[in-house]
Every structure is written in structure tokens, then in C-alpha cells.
Design a protein around this ligand. Structure first.
Ligand code: GDP
Length: 421
């Protein structure tokens, strides 16, 4: 990683077993992102056991281990660089809280790589993830048609998968012109960093070139300050120190800020980043700060900090578009699950199901349906049972999405359409 390259957060999405973790391992391996000492250590171990240097296999084991640790570490950060960008993979492949993490995690994805196995084509989670990515505002997709080795690198099979995925993207109104397709084998390494002889019929970009060619994300510095509070500490000599990650805007010492929904505020005295005092912090920065006159009991996790003259919105009821990922039965009006938005977790009631949307056309499929179920998309009206700070997704996307959880799993994902005054 280098300090002067722009940063990209990348999600790796796709159906289970289509090769997401293998592709992540391959990307890290081929970009030299596995530290030399780790490879060296493995080499020694392998030699002791009388085996050759199976570096790639080692990467895979390492990732599997991280996945297991994923129970405690919410997001396992995997990083690599291309010529122009530093990438962080925000996926935790196979992690059952992937959707929640994508919404409330430390990193929101700028772009996504959709992995589709050539021998299987579009599968249920392919559809689900594409629709989800669309709902969450990811606009650029790289489609890795994986496991080309399994289908003997056949051009005709690749073309069929491209056709199938193109149809799916069109159905959810994804900008198909901006989607690029690449035939790869994560396992064998074809077309990841170098053009493969096995696919002589393909002359497009290899995966790393396509990643390097993604548009640069614009840091949301022009938007108003929005800083969801993760924790509140008391530090001797300083006082109360709320910490969190700035989602949008800029915070300067001397700024007058407001915490919502706690509805308190004051002047920013100091800002700290990486244990150093800084005069200013911006989007993506993890900060601890101190506000004159604010005590530990005045504020809490889930508060959002904004400028006093443009404070974060506190919602009473709001309309949202949701996608139901997995629910054992049906969702009807009156259902009261837990909403996870940025750092907040609040019970809320789905007061009405206003209309069902056909995911394959984006059109209204049914007005005021009696219920919705897994695989459905709908516009609903929600009333949080406690004050909650959210923004319309069209104004501040970073503060406009949420996950719906119940029974220990993510039931649905959504974005805020409109907030009732
Ligand atoms: P995930 O569930 O999408 O993360 O899938 P994994 O990366 O765990 O891969 C599922 C299985 O497919 C594993 O056994 C991998 O070794 C295998 N696999 C992944 N990519 C390829 C590939 O390009 N070619 C072949 N032959 N097998 C692959």
C-alpha cells in the first residue's frame, strides 16, 4: 500500500462456492500482498514436511483461518494494490453477516466484483447479490466468469454465461455498458494478472487491469459532516472522547457540532487520529474528539454528529426500499425486527407494505400487498421505536442504508427513500 494512491473499497459478491475466497487469495498472492516473512515461514514449514513451496495453497489456508476468526473480527481486511489504486476487500467470503457488514461495516464498497462460476452460471445468490448491490448504490461491476478451467476454457460456455448475466443486470437496471466481463480461473490463475494462453479467443483486460481501470471514487468531502459514534470513552486529562469514522464531510477544531438523536452539542476542542492531534479530519478517517461541555452520559453509540447549523436528521417514520434476503415465513405490516444503520441498532415496526416491486423489471408489481417474503423487493413505511438518525439515500447514501435483523440473521437490506416530516 502506498500513501499517495487513491483508495478503493471492493466487495466480492456471488453465489456460494463460485470461487470468491479463492479469487481473493489469488489477487492477494499475485499482487505480492502476502508479506514475504509469511511466505518464507510457510516455505520452511513445507520444506520441513518434505513438500514443495505451495504458496498459493498457503494463502488459501490463511484465508480459511481468518474466516473462522471472522466470528470475532467483523471484517477481515484484505489489501492489495494495482498501479493506480490501493484496494481493500470489504468482503468476508462466506461470512453469514456479509450483508450487515456491507451496510454497517467499517467500509462501504465503492465497486464490486461479481464471481459467477462458468459451470453453474447465474444462481440464486448471484441474483440476490446483484439486486442488493444495485439497492446499495454500487454502479460499476466487474464480472469474473470463474472456473474456466472446469469448462475446458470453452468460448461458447463463457458467451452463454455473459449472456445470462447481462440479462440479469438489465433486469435490475444496472448500467450494463459499464459492466466488464472476464473469463478467469481463480484456482489456476488465468487472466488474473496476465493474459492466459488457455483463452486465446479473449483479448480484453485481465482482472487486475480492469480493477486498475475503475473510476476513482470521489471522497464525499462536500457533503455535510456525518460522523456516526461507535464508542464513548472517558480519558483522564481530556474528558469525554467519542470515537467513530467520518462518513461524509469534514470536521475542524473550533466547529460547532450537534449529536443526534441525543440532541446535545458544543464546540470541537481537539481531534485525534492515530494517537496524534490533528486540526482537521475527513471522510474515512477514524477519529476521537472532544467537545466542550459534553459528558459521557450525554451521548451514546448510534448518535450521528453533524454541523450545528445542518444537524443530522432524526426520523419519526420513513419510507424505504427493502430487499428480503431470507425470512423463514412472511413479513406483514406490524412486523418489528431490529434495524442496523451505521452504528445504531433500534427496534422498528414495518407499519405498512406500500408496494411490491418486481426485481426483474423494477416496476410496481402489487399495490399494498398483504405480505412479502424472501426474494421480494418492496417499498415499506417504517417507524423506529426509539429516535434514530438517518438520511435519505439520495442525499447522503452513506447514512441512507440499513440492514434488518431478526433471529440472529440478516433478513433484509434497504435504503431510505423519503423521511416524513
Ligand atoms: P466461495 O464460497 O465463493 O468463497 O468459493 P470458494 O473460493 O470457497 O471455492 C469453492 C470451491 O471451488 C473450492 O473447492 C475451490 O477450490 C473451487 N474453485 C474456486 N475457484 C476455482 C477455479 O477457478 N477452478 C476450479 N477448478 N476450482 C475452483
Amino acid at each position: 500500500m502506498s500513501a499517495d494512491q487513491p483508495h478503493q473499497n471492493l466487495a466480492i459478491i456471488g453465489h456460494v462456492d463460485h470461487g470468491k475466497s479463492t479469487l481473493v487469495g489469488r489477487l492477494l498472492y499475485e499482487t505480492g500482498s502476502i508479506p514475504e516473512h509469511v511466505i518464507e515461514q510457510h516455505r520452511e514449514e513445507a520444506e520441513e514436511k518434505g513438500k514443495g513451496g505451495f504458496e498459493f495453497a498457503y494463502v488459501m489456508d490463511n484465508l480459511a483461518e481468518e474466516r473462522e476468526r471472522g466470528v470475532t473480527i467483523d471484517i477481515a481486511h484484505q489489501e492489495f494494490s494495482t498501479d493506480d489504486y490501493d484496494f481493500t476487500i470489504v468482503d468476508t467470503p462466506g461470512h453469514r453477516d456479509f450483508v450487515k457488514n456491507m451496510i454497517t461495516g467499517a467500509s462501504q464498497a465503492d465497486h464490486a466484483v461479481l464471481v459467477v462460476a462458468a459451470d453453474d452460471g447465474v444462481a440464486p445468490q448471484t441474483q440476490e447479490h446483484v439486486f442488493l448491490a444495485r439497492t446499495l448504490g454500487i454502479e460499476e461491476l466487474i464480472v469474473a466468469v470463474n472456473k474456466m478451467d472446469v469448462v475446458e476454457y470453452e468460448e461458447s460456455t463463457y458467451d452463454e454465461v455473459v449472456e445470462e448475466v447481462t440479462q440479469l443486470l438489465g433486469q435490475v437496471q444496472f448500467n450494463t455498458e459499464d459492466a466488464s466481463f472476464i473469463p478467469v480461473s481463480a484456482f489456476e490463475g488465468d487472466n488474473v494478472s496476465e493474459a492466459s494462453d488457455n483463452t486465446g479467443w479473449y483479448d480484453g483486460d485481465v482482472l487486475l487491469e480492469a480493477l486498475n481501470g475503475l473510476p476513482e471514487p470521489e471522497p464525499p468531502t462536500d457533503a455535510p459532516l456525518r460522523l456516526p459514534i461507535q464508542d464513548v470513552y472517558t480519558i483522564s486529562g481530556i474528558g469525554t472522547v467519542p470515537v467513530g469514522r467520518i462518513e461524509t464531510g469534514v470536521m475542524n477544531t473550533g466547529d460547532s457540532v450537534s449529536f443526534q438523536p441525543s440532541d446535545v452539542g458544543g464546540e470541537v476542542k481537539t481531534i485525534e487520529m492515530h494517537h496524534e492531534e490533528v486540526p482537521e479530519a475527513g471522510p474515512g478517517d477514524n477519529v476521537g474528539f472532544n467537545v466542550r461541555g459534553i459528558g459521557k452520559d450525554d451521548i451514546r453509540r448510534g448518535d450521528v454528529v453533524g454541523p450545528a447549523d445542518d444537524p443530522p436528521t432524526v426520523v419519526d417514520t420513513f419510507q424505504a426500499q427493502i430487499v428480503v434476503m431470507q425470512h423463514p415465513s412472511v413479513i406483514t405490516a406490524g412486523y418489528t425486527p431490529v434495524f442496523h444503520a451505521h452504528t445504531a441498532q433500534v427496534a422498528g415496526t414495518i407499519e405498512s407494505i406500500d408496494r411490491k416491486i418486481d426485481p426483474s423489471s423494477g416496476e410496481v408489481a402489487d399495490d399494498e400487498p398483504d405480505y412479502i417474503q424472501s426474494g421480494d423487493a418492496a417499498v415499506v413505511t417504517i417507524r423506529p421505536q426509539k429516535p434514530l438518525s438517518l438520511e435519505p439515500s439520495s442525499d447522503i447514501p452513506e447514512l441512507g442504508s440499513f440492514a434488518i435483523r431478526d433471529m440472529g440473521q440478516t433478513i433484509a437490506a434497504g435504503k431510505v427513500l423519503e423521511i416524513d416530516e
